[in-house]
Design a protein around this ligand. Structure first.
Ligand SMILES: NC(=O)c1ccc[n+]([C@@H]2O[C@H](COP(=O)([O-])OP(=O)(O)OC[C@H]3O[C@@H](n4cnc5c(N)ncnc54)[C@H](OP(=O)(O)O)[C@@H]3O)[C@@H](O)[C@H]2O)c1
Length: 239
């Protein structure tokens, strides 16, 4: 185990998902205490099992992170139990594609905005006041390449991710000089089990691995990245 996050406390929302699980495991490996939000008991059990000896430093909470009150309650519980919060990674999100805008059901637009925009909004509102009090903290919101690369059939998804990047960029301006940093990352297709199932004929080797993207996120949350604030960082390698 490394120790670059020893004694630090990290929240990973969606921390049992395809990318979130790798992020949670990487922080645990580096000595952090990690509080994840999750929805399925099987996903939390899988994360605990993968964490092996580090599982003692992991706590799981069922929270709907699009619900502001529930998110505030979760975050204040983390502060009460640990007395600090060093980093927050929002790995909640969803995808809807292959639908032309005029054929889109409006409920799909609402779902994209909820998963990809409101989750980061609710989390940031819950954590920033306490991070400002402690004078430090790092927030990383997982957006997508689609925030800038607006392909056909993905209007709702691209708009929701673009809005998420814009929101974090503006938040970064709000937080200038406070010691609290906020950045976005922009994955393209990640090599997750869900993507392999959805695209069985694709070249999986060309897809970035969750563990590699997790390392970028850890760096952004580390003191080594203290000069990176308000960035939107591509994590799609050469693809
Ligand atoms: N996978 C990709 O190829 C890809 C590409 C570009 C960007 N991204 C972005 O990367 C992030 C992670 O993607 P992923 O593939 O790891 O997704 P994922 O496997 O679906 O993980 C997301 C996790 O968040 C949970 N979640 C969903 N809604 C929630 C809510 N309201 N409150 C709390 N938890 C909630 C999900 O639970 P349930 O399983 O119960 O829904 C799941 O555990 C997302 O922002 C995604 O848009 C992914």
């Amino acid at each position: 185990m490394g120790a670059s996050f020893a004694g630090k406390v990290v929240v990973v929302s969606g921390g049992t998902g395809g990318l979130g699980k790798a992020v949670s495991l990487a922080f645990l490996e580096e000595g952090a205490k990690v509080a994840v939000t999750y929805r399925k008991e099987t996903e939390l059990a899988a994360l605990k099992s993968a964490a092996e000896a580090n599982a003692a430093a992991l706590e799981g909470h069922v929270v709907d992170v699009t619900d502001e009150a529930a998110t505030v309650e979760f975050v204040s519980g983390v502060f009460t139990r640990h007395g600090r919060l060093d980093a927050v990674v929002n790995a909640i999100g969803g995808y809807a594609g292959g639908i032309k805008l005029w054929e889109l059901e409006t409920k799909t637009l609402d779902a994209m905005l909820s998963l990809n925009l409101r989750s980061g909004y609710a989390l940031a509102r819950a954590v920033v006041p306490a991070m400002l009090k402690q004078g430090r903290g790092s927030i990383v919101n997982v957006a997508a390449k689609a925030a800038f690369d607006h392909g056909a059939g993905a209007a709702a998804y691209a708009a929701s991710k673009a809005a998420a990047v814009a929101m974090m960029d503006s938040l970064a301006a709000d937080l200038k000089g406070t010691g609290v940093r906020v950045n976005s990352i922009l994955p393209s297709i990640i090599d997750t089990a869900a993507n392999r199932q959805a695209m069985p004929d694709a070249d999986f080797a060309s897809w970035p691995k969750p563990a590699d993207i997790a390392q970028v996120i850890l760096f952004l949350c580390s003191d080594g990245a203290k000069t990176i604030h308000g960035a939107a960082i591509p994590v799609y390698g050469g693809n």
